[in-house]
Design a binder for this molecule. Structure first.
Ligand SMILES: C[S@@+](CC[C@H](N)C(=O)[O-])C[C@H]1O[C@@H](n2cnc3c(N)ncnc32)[C@H](O)[C@@H]1O
Length: 256
């Protein structure tokens, strides 16, 4: 099967790091109840392991199940897990969410940057699974699509980093396709002295999931849902604390 992230994995962290930096405190706080349960936190679409590293550093004892189907992303994930001393408690599942056997009780879940890959049926199944298996008081963090289903967004440079004499850039754009669907375009470029020395363009199809849809669907499945910033939602299987105790900081960046 083709690896959607084969070309972009090398560039992913250039946008992913600044995206997660202002969200790390809210993420950690949302996952903190897992410590009392000793049930795993599940990171769906763990990518290069940015979320695993944040949670792993903050919550010293919690086991983590990192689900990641892309071999290229998984290479970075495994490397980060080892480099951060997390290997004894991070299990890496090489597949999609649907292909992975999940624990009976879940201490927390993060599904960010990934809901757009799930069909509406798969998404509904995810909400039901969370309602059934999230341990009492534990939470899931999910996000809305970065781009709307209603208009084209011309490519935006979402990250740039220096590597020696060159700069690596990552750009994202999108255009509507079918109703509720978008085509996301990722362009990765290496520039030296104003000249492009390497470039790749890849596209993926996404469900452009809006926050109000997340809230409506999750609530209908029996979850308590509240916002944390413009793109994150925190879901609980029972009642949760008020929003203002866990609001995240400035959240303006994006990644895909
Ligand atoms: C945009 S990246 C997000 C990475 C990470 N969650 C983050 O926020 O930094 C999306 C990731 O989800 C993975 N993915 C795509 N479809 C998936 C599925 N059905 N189940 C699990 N992971 C999936 C991709 O391979 C990719 O690594």
């Amino acid at each position: 099967m083709a690896d959607n992230y084969g070309a972009a994995a090398e560039f992913y962290d250039i946008a992913g790091r600044p995206y997660w930096k202002p969200r790390a405190a809210a993420l950690t706080k949302a996952m903190s109840a897992a410590v009392q349960t000793n049930s795993p936190i599940v990171d769906v679409g763990a990518g290069t392991g940015l979320v695993v590293a944040i949670i792993g550093a903050a919550l010293a004892t919690v086991p983590i199940l990192a689900i990641e189907p892309s071999p290229a992303m998984r290479a970075a994930l495994a490397s980060r897990v080892q480099a951060n001393g997390l290997a004894p408690r991070v299990t890496i599942a090489a597949g999609t969410l649907a292909e992975t056997t999940l624990p009976d009780q879940i201490g927390g879940m993060v599904a960010c940057g990934v809901l757009g890959y799930l069909t509406p049926d798969d998404r509904h199944a995810l909400w039901r699974l969370l309602a059934d298996r999230l341990a009492p008081g534990c939470r899931a963090v999910v996000d809305a699509a970065p781009f709307p289903a209603t208009r084209t967004v011309r490519p935006i440079r979402v990250g740039v980093a220096r590597f020696g004499v060159r700069h690596h850039e990552i750009w994202l754009g999108s255009r509507p396709t079918d109703p509720g669907r978008i085509e996301l375009t990722t362009m990765c470029r290496v520039v030296q002295d104003g000249r492009t020395v390497r470039e790749s363009v890849s596209t993926v199809q996404w469900w452009a999931l809006e926050m109000r849809t997340i809230v409506a669907e999750a609530t209908a499945a029996g979850l308590t849902c509240r916002r944390a910033g413009w793109d994150l939602a925190i879901l609980t299987a029972g009642p949760d604390r008020p929003l203002d105790t866990q609001r995240s900081g400035t959240v303006t960046s994006t990644k895909c």
